[in-house]
Design a protein around this ligand. Structure first.
Ligand SMILES: *Cc1c(COP(=O)(O)O)cnc(C)c1O
Length: 398
């Protein structure tokens, strides 16, 4: 380790974001690593080629640019190794393929990101893996669901769209008693606000598409493993032929430099609006883990060091026949909030959440769930936009 590495190991998170994953002295002093685009890598002689005795051997197996990003992610996660994949969804499916085999049983949290559920219900089932969904509030009680062939427990906290918290540590302890792999989709918190491996998780999953990218223009996933699981994860991505592109890696590395300051702003604005919505007469409930009124708040407070900028609220619609019309009137009246998927970018977004896939965490009775991604705009403007939405929703008659 160089002096710089020693210094960074004890530094604050924004310092580490500014200085990890690059080595200017390796590239003539230029601050950022070069984008090395590659399939072929040349060997100096036949003997070196035969033994593959050099650092880089082929584009799918890494380049200095993808390595720079992996090093930065490892430093944030405390992981033994990180693989890059072409999307956040692939960051879930690749470790599932790495660790599950026909005849295995997998426990998946019911509040999971919907495309993860779709993968489980289609491909995993076809491969002969039995999938069972569990209540996010289960905690140590997951022990009762474990079977002799349970091989993987997947967590995601807060849950997608409805933000249920999980006692990740208790779940990991129960799963490890039976030698299960514990995976976590940690996209919401990023490794800045929750470090899964410190809480017993074996595999930490991120849609880098969200906050690490930060600008709604890159698709990428990262999967980071502890030492015990790294080799099997790495072997799987090589076997599948899946890799991250150097250009995208460069952009994600660039996004990481400002992720800490962006998240502070996302957190502050989202909490400000969440508190305001909680007082609003047309809102039944706000689903945000950092609000003391939220059922999972104590777990969030115990385990997380911050909250990001995406949450939901339940729009009051006493007449179920009007729920959809009210939600659409709300969304159609917005001018700053865009109607679109994904999140983590600089601009605010809104959508109506569909929960028909859920078997345990069902649709709230009070009305439709509206999800807000709070961007970097000024809060008074966002509030004014949301007010227009409420006015339009209230004017739906009947
Ligand atoms: C967006 C998202 C993903 C998938 O990321 P993509 O890059 O869009 O495939 C996975 N997990 C969670 C929790 C997400 O929000």
């Amino acid at each position: 380790m160089s002096n710089r590495d020693d210094f960074l190991a004890g530094a604050g998170v924004n310092t580490r974001l500014a200085h990890t994953g690059n080595a200017p002295s390796d590239y003539h002093g230029f601050v950022n690593p070069p984008i090395v685009r590659a399939s072929t890598v040349l060997f100096p002689d036949a003997r070196t080629m035969e033994t593959r005795a050099q650092k880089y051997t082929y584009g799918t197996r890494g380049t200095p640019t993808t390595d720079a990003l992996c090093a930065a992610i490892d430093a944030l996660e405390g992981s033994a190794g990180t693989i890059l994949v072409p999307s956040g969804l692939a960051a879930v499916t690749v470790p599932f393929l790495a660790f599950l085999s026909a005849g295995d049983h997998a426990l998946i949290v019911d509040s999971v990101y919907f495309p993860t559920r779709h993968f489980c219900d289609t491909m995993l089932k076809r491969m002969g893996v039995e999938v069972e969904y569990y209540d996010p509030a289960i905690g140590a009680g997951i022990a009762a669901l474990m079977r002799p062939n349970t091989r993987l427990v997947h967590t995601e906290a807060p849950g997608s769209n409805t933000f249920e918290m999980q006692d990740v540590g208790a779940i990991a302890r129960a799963a490890h008693r039976q030698d299960c792999v514990v995976t976590m989709d940690n996209t919401w918190a990023t490794p800045l606000y929750f470090k899964p491996l410190d809480h017993g998780v074996d595999i930490s999953i991120h849609a880098a598409t969200k906050y690490p990218s930060g600008h709604s223009d890159i698709l990428m996933g990262t999967v980071s493993a502890n030492a015990r699981h790294w080799e099997q994860l790495h072997e799987a991505t090589i076997t599948l032929g899946i890799c991250g592109s150097p250009d995208d890696s460069y952009q994600i590395l660039r996004g990481l430099r400002t992720m800490g300051v962006r998240l502070e702003r996302h957190q502050e604005s989202a909490l400000n609006l969440a508190r305001w919505l909680e007082e609003h007469e047309d809102v039944a409930r706000v689903l945000h883990p950092a609000l003391p009124s939220f059922p999972g708040h104590d777990l969030w407070k115990r385990d997380f060091t911050g909250a990001s900028g995406i949450f939901s609220f339940v729009l009051k619609a006493p007449d179920p026949a009007q729920a959809k019309m009210r939600a659409h009137a709300f969304l159609d009246a917005l001018s700053l909030f865009g109607l679109g998927y994904s999140w983590g970018g600089y601009e605010s977004l809104a959508l109506v959440v569909g929960l028909s896939d859920r078997t345990i965490c069902k649709q709230p009775a009070e009305g439709p769930v509206i999800r807000l991604q709070i961007g970097l705009e000024d809060v008074p403007d966002l509030r004014r936009d949301l007010e227009a939405g409420f006015t339009a929703a209230a004017s739906v008659s009947g």
